[in-house]
Write a protein that binds this ligand. Structure first.
Ligand SMILES: [Mn+2]
Length: 413
């Protein structure tokens, strides 16, 4: 029997709402998972991708994660992982750094056997490159086998990658597919194989309303999947449907019914009634101890505007989604991160961008190739994760001259 914790989408380094406490929350949730694994004496922690929120985590995030992995290692519990879409880099992966320190195993098409179960890994693959995959895995002689991978899979209805196709074409017979990418947990069976998402460990978006947790997967005569919850940041969701002549007082009274201390408060207003200034609701919540408050007034949006609806609860998500639709090159994504993410002080952004562009043009002549894969669009479920690192390699033109690259840089800037 082999019993593992299946987690993923930990998004360490995500400074959600630009609040440093939220950044800490994501690391804390990952630490909780690891400590549960130690307390339970699990046979391994299996991570299905998106350990980090983006491909350029800050040193503090890298160190924090290192400390957590060291705890696990000291307890002699292996950490098996694949690379997700958020953190994927062009060359070496952060996971390789931890592997080189003996703190992680990057799962691959070769089996990693824990107890009597063989674990294999398949990193996130952009949609445009999936046709080239042959799902050729090396043989094993364990009793059971599991594939750990990252993406949005059918038979879940948001899927754009067919689990059945992988299971049919694979050279190894899998008893389970342990998945990351979709932040909502779920499990389904494809023929005799369990296909399961563990869900994110902290809410990476206000659409993730359900409590967070992870899977415990036992490989025995059969495969059993159970869930355990995590003690994460308190979220208070208040949906107010205003009647005629109702307004701010009604909203305040509804919000005031909750304990808001240190909570992220997400208020959603619909119906009729008077105009409500989001800032007045937000300051009401902050005065009562909320860590963050965000208000979305659905009444302000006309049918025409609805097509490009921006959720005020998650402006970062809205921008991320729009940026993805632009089909930028990976270099442009990097620059966008430098400009929008808060890791670089405003005063240094210009210098940092200039330095970065220079470096890219010197070292990587196709860095600015546009990403046409992005125009495929991603699954449109609210909780589906953005595949915003679909990279431009599929459309690289190797013979692009520096002059042409320069032109596209100017266009972008
Ligand atoms: Mn994710």
């Amino acid at each position: 029997m082999t019993r593992v914790i299946h987690t993923g989408d930990t998004h360490v380094g995500y400074q959600q709402y630009n609040v440093p406490d939220r950044r800490d929350d994501f690391l804390d949730a990952f630490r909780q998972v690891v400590r549960d694994a130690i307390a339970d004496d699990a046979d391994a922690v299996v991570h299905a991708g998106d350990l980090f929120h983006d491909r350029r985590p800050a040193l503090a995030d890298i160190m924090g994660t290192l400390t957590v992995l060291e705890e696990l290692s000291e307890a002699d519990i292996p950490f098996l992982a694949v690379v997700g879409n958020h953190e994927a880099k062009r060359d070496a992966q952060w996971l390789d750094l931890y592997e080189s320190l003996g703190l992680a195993t990057r799962l691959s098409d070769e089996p990693t056997v824990i107890g009597d179960t063989a674990f294999y890994g398949l990193d996130f693959v952009p949609r445009s490159q999936r046709d080239d995959l042959d799902y050729d895995f090396a043989a094993h002689d364990a009793d059971r086998a599991a594939l750990v991978t990252h993406g949005l899979f059918q038979p879940f209805d948001y899927g754009d990658w067919d689990a059945d196709e992988i299971l049919t074409e694979s050279s190894v017979e899998f008893d389970a597919m342990l998945l990351g990418d979709n932040h909502d947990p779920g499990k389904q069976q494809v023929e005799d194989t369990w296909v399961t998402y563990c869900g994110s460990t902290e809410r990476a978006s206000a659409s993730e309303r359900e409590d967070r947790g992870y899977n415990i997967v036992t490989f025995d005569d059969e495969v059993r999947i159970t869930r355990r919850g995590l003690d994460t940041r308190e979220y208070v969701f208040v949906d107010v449907d205003l009647g005629p002549e109702e307004g701010i007082e009604r909203v305040r009274s509804r919000v005031g019914q909750h304990d808001l201390e240190d909570a992220v408060v997400i208020v959603s207003i619909s119906g009729d009634g008077d105009p409500v200034t989001p800032a007045s609701v937000e300051s009401f919540a902050l005065d009562r101890g909320a860590l963050v408050a965000r208000v979305t007034d659905h009444r302000e949006i006309t049918a025409e505007e609805r097509e490009t609806e921006i959720s005020f609860a998650d402006p970062d998500d809205a921008v991320t989604e729009r940026v993805r639709d632009l089909g930028l090159s990976e270099a442009a994504h990097d620059i966008d991160e430098t400009i929008r993410a808060s890791k670089v002080a405003d005063a240094n952004v210009k210098d940092e961008v200039e330095r970065h562009v220079r470096e890219l043009l010197n070292e990587d002549s196709d860095a600015f190739a546009a990403d046409t894969a992005a125009s495929d669009g991603a699954a449109d479920t609210a909780s589906a994760d953005e595949d915003d690192t679909d990279d431009g390699e599929a459309v690289n033109e190797a013979d692009k001259t520096d002059g042409e690259n320069q032109a596209s840089v100017e266009e972008f800037l």
